[in-house]
Design a protein around this ligand. Structure first.
Ligand code: DAH
Length: 338
């Protein structure tokens, strides 16, 4: 038995395998369930008691040698397989670029968050609308220039279907289906047939606000918008309401804030006036309430609409609106926010 073990040890030491199959055959020959070592262990059992100790030790050596050789052969063929392929698993991984929120999304969420604190809920409407919800219900006269092909993208061959030009459509949608008190905020994309420039694009984003209840006054409007301006820009921001005209509000106003870039001292953003316009607003015209089946004798309300691009440009001091739509990550990576 000793000779057998010695010859197996020599065989193991000398063994080389040409390929993975030969290595596996080696393993089975020595270590398999019906392998040579199993046979020897049976012999060991039958061996005379005084030889068992020595033979046992030799068997152990043999087993270790067979296992070691098997392990070596295994790594040898794994390595040859790998070096045959172009994948180097030891290379460091590519860094994963984490995305960031788009600045327009950051500002939209901020606007929603500010108004949510005073009870406004988000409402949504479709981007493809009909003339009634975009114009007629909002009191636009039949011959109003905003209906003109110059400003509005109509769906081909159907002057009744269009891409909404403002989020005021959602005012109508909500008032048609809900009863006052109504307090909603409607963020969304709008479309206008405009030449693309640093200040205008053929689509952009607005947030509409609407508050309808009994006894809502212009003072409520003013205080709400003051709160918004101070939360959005800074606690010392001033607001100014200038009389204006929108078909769906009466009276109507445009709201300016004290220029946050030069703090009112005068710069080219505020054209040296110290004020920048950020939104349109007004008391909802009784005719609009009537169009939506809300009794103007009982209820009143205010509405406002602002461009998210404009607010974002002022907040982050961006001077060209087109950059928001270029998707250049060098620009987009600079913004952090929830
Ligand atoms: N819809 C107007 C626009 O796109 C903005 C606007 C002005 C909305 C006054 C309003 C408002 O709700 O009251 O220019």
């Amino acid at each position: 038995m000793k000779e057998k073990i010695a010859s197996y040890l020599a065989e193991i030491a000398a063994f080389t395998a040409a390929d993975a199959t030969a290595a596996e055959e080696f393993r089975i020959r020595f270590l398999g369930r019906k392998g040579l070592l199993q046979d020897l262990f049976l012999d060991l059992k039958a061996a005379p008691a005084d030889e068992k100790r020595e033979l046992g030790k030799l068997m152990n050596d043999l087993k270790n040698a067979a296992e070691e050789k098997t392990a070596i052969l295994k790594t040898q063929f794994e390595q040859t397989q790998e070096s045959g392929s172009t994948i180097d698993l030891s290379l460091p991984a590519f860094p994963v670029q984490l995305g960031a929120r788009h600045p327009l999304s950051i500002v939209r969420r901020q606007i929603i968050e500010i108004f949510a604190r005073i009870g406004y809920q988000v409402a949504e409407g479709a981007e493809i609308e009909d003339d009634f919800h975009n114009f007629s219900a909002l009191n636009f006269p039949e011959d109003h220039p905003a209906r003109d092909m110059q400003d509005t993208f109509f769906v081909q061959n159907n002057p009744d279907i269009l891409l909404r030009t403002h989020t005021s459509t959602v005012q109508v949608r909500v008032m048609e289906s809900a009863k006052p008190p109504i307090r909603i905020l409607a963020p969304g994309r709008v479309y206008r047939n405009e030449a693309i420039s640093a200040r205008a694009n053929c689509f952009f984003h607005q947030v509409e606000g609407l508050y309808i209840d009994e006894g809502v006054s212009f003072a409520d409007l003013k205080q709400t918008l003051l709160l918004f301006a101070r939360e959005m820009f800074s606690a010392d921001t001033q607001i100014r309401l200038r009389p204006s005209y929108f078909p769906f509000t009466e009276p109507s106003a445009e709201m300016d804030i004290s220029c946050n870039i030069c703090s009112g001292k005068g710069c080219n953003v505020c054209k040296y006036t110290g004020w920048v316009e950020i939104l349109g607003c007004g008391m909802v015209d009784p005719a609009v309430l009537k169009n939506c089946d809300i009794d103007p004798e009982k209820y009143s309300g205010f509405a406002f609409g602002m461009g998210i691009e404009r607010i974002t440009m002022l907040k982050y001091k961006v001077n060209d609106l087109r950059i928001f739509f270029d998707n250049d990550v060098r620009f987009l990576r600079q913004f952090t926010g929830a």
